[in-house]
Design a protein around this ligand. Structure first.
Ligand code: FAD
Length: 542
């Protein structure tokens, strides 16, 4: 066991009040809140360090796409004052250093067990506790479990035939090695043009001898306009941090940008283009999507912005054929929009090629490279798989979770995830998820959503203790209502038209169910507050 926490003792293992799985943004804050309440809590983490996403995704170019000053905790005013973000969008090493600092500053490491994976969880009704089995065969038990296992933490493994025969090196962006990769004089293929692919391409293209990008679906990418943060800017943010944070919490996406007030139909074409241009110059993930109220609900509103984005690609990319192949056709935002620094410009380099694997799919991998169905061989020394994750449900599906009467989560979610508020699933008492499916999570600044969920769970645990209760479970009825509500909200949008990971479309066999809550952080927060104000309406307490 790595870490100083003793987890053994007794047939079901040592009994804790709370076991938290995962030591990313969510798990660390959950432990902090549990400690404040004097709970006997422990974190189980597969990695050998804290950080979660920012521990695993060490690929060149990895950085956040929410501004650093917002992509951080707010629970400690001292922490806000003392941590100096250096860039508008912090790079992975800086975010990891921040989370390490948080772990040290609040002495969290003492209660984290590293290099252990939770493989099975069984609810015992008689004992009113969960028995957890770790990958080393050890057990522990607890009254409550919090799954802080992450939405983008179960990597989609490369499933190409022949990968074992490949003579070169290969990497997955979501499981990047800790050693530096030498790109000098190497021929490289990057498979995938989602957010990670786009980030890695801009870093590797200038270093490698040759880079081939294998693209299935072109993606929208907004300029980040990343830059160093000036001391004055940080001071200004700090001076009004509480207010800024409140704006984020009540917004749709968890960011401080003023919400749009008009439909794209209410303005002239010139006004629209001026607004898109202003967004493009400001940069960031919502550069275009933040412009008009009907952006996600009305096809034409989105189409106008798409045309603007495609014009930008044509302006940047000098070869019209390449520009065309890089031009996305889906509605902006219905697949995760990327942000970049010089992404489209990379295709003007003589050492970068674009291969469209929708037209000419990958057949298999062989010793010297990637063989396409046309027979063409893309010869490479290094392959980077930027193929993403089994998002939102993957990390939970990897654990054999058994609730009341042996009901497995796999069975309960056979037709797609079913939750109440994205926090609990009926049949799994005392088990909470942080940013679970059917909560705003991945459509928001996730730290805003994480803090809100952790606060909900921590306050709920305190409420149970105050009322001498030790069991809480979402009712089937409340869950059914929430599932219908989240589906109806999504049906009123353009989201359902894209084959996105929000819908599980990137994972063969995964039910095609739209998983995030599209109502926005502010509305969702109000829903949760109403539930609490009504003595946890929709949950059965005992
Ligand atoms: P994670 O950080 O994913 O942590 C979960 C932890 O649980 C992991 O360390 C994992 O090892 C552990 N774990 C999982 N299962 C088990 C198990 N069975 N046993 C033991 N341990 C387990 N979000 C934004 O809002 N803005 C951004 O700019 C942004 N950029 C991103 C960039 C990348 C490359 C990626 C992949 C994601 C990004 N995200 C971003 C989403 C990001 O995942 C969240 O913002 C946030 O870091 C999630 O924190 P978390 O604690 O919920 O989960």
């Amino acid at each position: 066991m790595v870490g100083s926490v003793e987890t053994t003792g007794g047939p079901g293992g040592r009994r804790f009040d709370l076991v938290i799985v995962g030591a990313g943004f969510a798990g660390l804050y959950m432990l902090y809140r549990a400690r404040q309440q004097g709970l006997d809590a422990v974190v189980i983490e597969r990695g050998s360090e804290v950080g979660g996403t920012w521990y695993w995704n060490r690929y060149p170019g990895a950085r956040c796409d929410i501004e650093s000053v917002d992509y951080c905790y707010s629970f400690s005013p001292e922490l806000v004052q003392e941590w100096d973000w250096t860039e508008r969008y912090a790079a992975q090493p800086e975010i990891l250093a921040y989370l390490q600092h948080v772990a040290d500053r609040f002495d969290l490491r003492d209660d984290i067990v590293f290099e252990r994976t939770l493989v099975r969880a069984d609810w015992g009704e008689a004992e009113r506790s969960w028995t957890l089995r770790l990958d080393d065969g050890s057990h522990l038990s607890c009254t409550h479990v919090v799954m802080a296992t992450g939405n983008l933490s179960a990597v989609k493994p490369p499933s190409f035939d022949g990968l074992d025969d490949f003579a070169g090196e290969w990497f997955h962006t979501g499981m990047w090695p800790h050693h530096a990769v030498d790109w000098t004089d190497k021929t490289v293929a990057v498979i995938g043009t989602g957010s990670s692919g786009i980030q890695v391409i801009t870093q590797v293209a200038p270093l490698a001898r040759h880079l081939t990008v294998l693209q299935r679906t072109p993606n929208y990418s907004m300029p980040a306009h990343n830059r160093p943060l000036l001391a004055g800017e940080l001071a200004e943010v700090r001076a009004t941090f509480g207010e800024r944070r409140r704006v984020c919490q009540l917004s749709d996406a968890g960011t401080p940008l003023p919400p749009p007030t008009r439909s794209a139909h209410e303005v002239t074409e010139d006004e629209r283009r001026a607004r898109y241009e202003e967004g493009w110059q400001r940069g960031g993930i919502s550069a275009l999507s933040g412009g008009y109220t009907d952006f996600f609900t009305e096809e034409q509103s989105n189409l106008w912005a798409q045309e603007f984005a495609r014009d930008k690609i044509r302006e940047i990319v000098t070869d019209p054929d390449v520009a065309d192949r890089l031009s996305p056709r889906h509605h902006i935002g219905t697949k995760r929009t990327a942000t970049d620094t010089g992404y489209f410009e990379m295709y003007n380099r003589a050492n970068v090629d674009l291969v469209d694997v929708r037209d000419d799919p990958i057949s298999h991998i062989e010793a010297s490279g990637i063989r396409l169905e046309s027979g063409r061989l893309v010869e490479v020394d290094v392959i980077v798989f930027a193929i993403g994750f089994d998002a939102m449900t993957g990390a939970l599906a990897d654990i054999d979770i058994r609730g009341t009467d042996g009901l497995t989560l796999e069975t309960a979610w056979a037709d797609g995830p079913r939750t109440y508020l994205g926090l609990q699933t009926a049949g799994f008492p005392n088990l909470f998820m942080i940013t679970g499916p059917q909560s705003p999570g991945v459509l928001s600044n996730m730290v805003i959503s994480i803090e809100q969920h952790v606060d909900f769970v921590a306050d709920c645990l305190a409420y149970l203790r105050e009322h001498d209760l030790d069991r809480i479970e979402a009712s089937e009825e409340a869950q059914d209502g929430w599932v219908v509500h989240t589906r109806e909200l999504a049906e009123g949008t353009l989201y359902l038209q894209a084959r996105s990971w929000y819908l599980g479309a990137n994972i063969p066999g995964k039910p095609r169910v739209f998983m995030p809550y599209v109502g926005g952080c502010g509305r969702y927060r109000t829903e949760c507050e109403t539930v609490v104000d009504n003595s946890y309406r929709g949950f059965v307490l005992g």
